[in-house]
Design a protein around this ligand. Structure first.
Ligand code: NDP
Ligand code: MG
Length: 396
């Protein structure tokens, strides 16, 4: 029997790679659902090629254009943020690959976890915002959470050498981004173009900026805390510019188990889809003899302050991680739109956290309220109009 996969965010960097991986996997894996937000022409192309039973256009404004492009097509079209949620819990889907960017993916990932589906998680922000809620719902409904993020896929693979109680440390590696070794003064002069050119990974714009500020690694620390149920005190970050050792786990006996590979998301995407099996795929083989040397160094938390903040908000808990994430999303949006300088991204997050009164985070509504509050704070501080937050609770 083939595995029915829905890709939420199929038009993005992860989504497009996932389609290549699934195509190469062959008949055992079938795309049954796709979603896009605004890249309608690309979505139409993907739908013609994969013929999924169900399609979601999460930005309702583009639904009409999609219908016009797909004249005569008779599969199901789901529209708006609720459409994305419907797709995630739809009956014909047994695996949901979450590749939407940002907290906008939270309602759909929770919906999929509630229906006990297998979740291949690339969209890390929901785990940061709602790690406790999401992992509890997944546990209660028998939904398996499989990491797609390369570091977490590496940790997941290394963890198969021992038990959670035998872990001494999880060591997440990071390339250090385009500004590794830069001073605070250097960061003052960074341009949008410089921040968008990552040395080792090809990714969407938001995560590329996150990599440059080290916010990506900060989010990944919290992501690991929830995926592996390990306190943040046991999670460390090591800079590894070649991006070959994707992460490591040190066990209590001193053994360190790592996973290596080329910096290519096809491998972790594939493993999350085929787990517990391993099959031949399209990932480029690793030739260590061609790479020669691997380097490791400590991160610089005084220059890249996002990393320090991650440990603080993880310890604080409640709505703090949701505010941390939403402030970043709003600040990155402002940076990409040319409204602020690079260094202001983390300054805005710090300001937001300082003025936030931490509350309970037991429900989706409480989390979305904190998310909306943080976005509004950032926009007000920048003198920008405060329009609605991009994520909201689904209608029942
Ligand atoms: P992209 O920006 O390339 O793609 C984002 C996808 O989400 C697109 O399909 C986009 O649709 C859709 N989207 C955007 N906004 C919304 C919204 N408000 N509601 C619903 N869908 C939306 O991002 P990436 O593929 O780079 O990243 C996706 C996720 O995976 C992120 O959480 C990132 O942190 C994580 N990740 C990415 C890695 C990578 O290598 N790229 C590595 C590890 C993790 P459209 O294009 O149609 O507007
Ligand atoms: Mg990563």
């Amino acid at each position: 029997m083939s595995r029915g996969i829905a890709i939420l965010g199929s038009t993005g960097s992860i989504g497009r790679n996932a389609l290549r991986v699934i195509d190469a996997l062959g008949p055992g894996y079938k795309v049954v659902g796709l979603s896009a937000h605004s890249s309608i022409e690309l979505l139409a192309e993907q739908v013609r090629c994969c013929k999924p039973a169900c399609v979601a256009v999460s930005n309702g404004e583009y639904a009409g254009r999609f219908r016009a492009l797909m004249d005569g097509w008779d599969a199901e079209l789901l529209v708006g943020p609720d459409g994305l949620v419907e797709l995630a819990r739809s009956d014909g889907v047994d695996t949901v690959l979450t590749a939407v960017v940002g907290a906008a993916g939270l309602p759909s990932v929770l919906a999929a976890a509630r229906t006990g589906k297998r979740l291949a998680i690339a969209n890390k922000e929901p785990l940061v915002v709602a790690g406790e809620l999401l992992t509890r719902i997944a546990r209660e409904n028998g939904s398996m959470l499989l990491p797609v993020d390369s570091e977490h896929s590496a940790v997941f693979q290394a963890m198969q050498s021992g038990t959670t109680s035998e872990i001494r440390r999880i060591i997440l590696t990071g390339s250090g981004g385009p500004f590794r070794g830069a001073s605070r003064e250097d960061l003052e002069r960074v341009t949008r173009e410089q921040a968008l050119s990552h040395p080792t990974w090809q990714m969407g714009p938001k995560i590329t900026i996150d990599s440059a500020t080290m916010m990506n690694k900060a989010l990944e620390v919290i992501e690991a805390r929830w995926l592996f149920d390990v306190p943040v005190e046991k999670i460390e970050v090591l800079i590894h510019p070649e991006s070959i050792v994707h992460s490591l786990v040190e066990f209590v006996d001193g053994s360190v188990v790592a996973q290596l590979g080329e910096p290519d998301m096809c491998l972790p995407i594939q493993y999350a889809l085929t787990y517990p099996k391993r099959v031949a795929g399209i990932a480029k083989p690793l030739r260590l003899e061609e790479i020669g040397k691997l380097h490791f160094e400590r991160p610089a938390p005084e220059t890249f302050r996002a990393l320090k903040l991650a440990y603080e908000v993880a310890r604080t808990g409640g709505t703090a991680p949701a505010v941390f994430n939403a402030a970043n999303e709003a600040a990155v949006e402002a940076f990409l739109a040319g409204h602020i300088r690079f260094v202001q991204i983390v300054e805005l997050i710090e300001h937001c956290l300082d003025s936030h009164e931490v509350g309970r985070a037991n429900t989706l509504e409480e989390l979305l309220e904190a998310d909306a509050w943080a976005r509004a704070q950032v926009r007000t501080r920048l003198g920008l109009e405060t329009h609605s937050a991009p994520c909201r609770a689904p209608q029942r």
